[in-house]
Design a binder for this molecule. Structure first.
Ligand SMILES: Cc1ncc(COP(=O)(O)O)c(C=O)c1O
Length: 371
């Protein structure tokens, strides 16, 4: 017989297993396993080969000998400096091990059995997977014709379902498309009073169009908006695991219990060094990435290969047939590319790496494209 206690225990074990496996799950989802070429070009996970800035590497080296301590007392200053870098006060941010952790916290804090999770489809799967693991109702609405969010459909779904969270990734992963600032503002003004708009800005620094604007303006106006950011992308620190959420202090207070302790002091020092130079680092990296992205777009256009106009450090290429063939064949030829993103079955998601990475990509892609 399944007693309440044994049910709770088994549910607890299932939840624990779900929490233990993400490393393996991510590796598996990337579909790149087995004997891999040593000089593999990694264009599968939207990482940034520019890596941590030199100042961050120096700062990390300096703190390593004292990494035996938690350094708890440094976190107040860390919060102050990080918040200031976005023109916020420290009570309006929450740091996590990557933005994954604070995204997960938001799903846990703001959805409930009667408060569903609403998102566009396809989009970044992390928050949806947490919602499913929690047994929440997940409602997915199709993309707009520009491959960004259809804000009217999102508002309608939120209204009908009494959503706890509407999740919107801008620019969207995997489409690299932007939801224009006016549409985000419309959504902020047209969601039910109890719904939280969770805006994932992991790739916001890579966009150049004036239509792309951070939703932090809505956080500063005290709206029901949580914005998440990460150091994994433009800052090139995916392996260091740092991200943060920005929101009104009362929303941050509801998120905080779902976090785990503090992040690594090595990561803290790397982040502090990076944000100290973000006024030059971010525009320089954005410009370099945009140059490489433009070159790839031009190369595709010359060959009449379609693509979704990109705004992030990855793009969707229309390969004209099931993209799974490229995903499975290219790694053996030295280039790892993104996984399938149904229903966009003919689209191949490719991370923009260095110029030489993309040279190799073009060579291998063209071989597979031509059979
Ligand atoms: C849109 C989006 N949000 C969040 C994440 C999570 O990244 P991290 O936990 O490294 O910040 C990713 C990872 O690729 C992503 O694509």
């Amino acid at each position: 017989m399944l007693t309440r206690r044994s049910f709770a225990a088994s549910a607890g074990i299932a939840a624990a297993i779900a929490r233990m496996l993400p490393e393996m799950a991510y590796a598996q989802r990337a579909l790149v396993q087995g004997d891999l070429p040593k000089d593999m070009v990694w264009l599968s996970a939207n990482e940034n080969p520019a890596g941590p800035p030199a100042s961050s590497i120096r700062a990390m080296s300096e703190v390593l000998p004292s990494a035996w301590r938690y350094h708890y007392q440094e976190f107040r200053d860390f919060y102050d400096q990080l918040a200031r870098s976005e023109d916020l006060s420290a009570d309006r941010i929450l740091v996590g091990a990557g933005s994954s952790e604070v995204l997960h916290a938001a799903v846990e804090a703001f959805t409930a059995p009667d408060r569903p999770f609403v998102c566009i489809h396809p989009t970044y799967e992390g928050p949806t997977e947490v919602a499913r693991a929690l047994g929440r109702t997940v409602i997915r609405v199709p993309l707009a014709s520009n491959y960004g969010a259809d804000v009217h459909k999102l508002a309608e779904a939120a209204e009908q379902s009494k959503a706890g969270v509407v999740y919107l990734c801008n620019p969207n992963n995997p489409t690299s498309a932007v939801t224009p600032k006016a549409e985000i503002a419309w959504l902020v003004n047209n969601l039910p009073a109890e719904t939280i708009l969770l805006i994932d800005e992991a790739y916001i620094h890579f966009g150049e169009t004036p239509e792309l604007e951070t939703a932090l303006v809505h956080v500063r106006q005290e709206r029901n908006v949580v914005v998440t950011r990460t150091f994994s992308k433009i800052y090139g620190m995916a392996g260091l695991r740092a991200g943060f959420a920005c929101a009104r202090p009362d929303l941050i207070a509801r998120l905080a219990p779902f976090r785990n302790n503090v992040i690594s002091i090595v990561t803290v020092r790397a982040v502090l060094a990076a944000i100290a130079e973000n006024q030059t680092l971010v525009p320089e990296r954005r410009a370099a990435l945009a140059r490489t992205r433009r070159n790839l777009c031009a190369w595709l256009r010359e060959r009449n290969v379609g693509y979704i106009p990109p705004n992030a450090n990855f793009m969707m290429i229309d390969v004209g047939r099931d993209a799974r063939e490229f995903v499975s064949r290219m790694p053996a030829m030295g280039v790892a590319v993104g996984r399938p993103f149904p229903p966009l079955d003919n689209m191949l998601r490719v991370t923009i790496g260095t110029e030489s990475d993309m040279e190799k990509f073009r060579e291998v892609f063209w071989k597979v494209y031509n059979g």
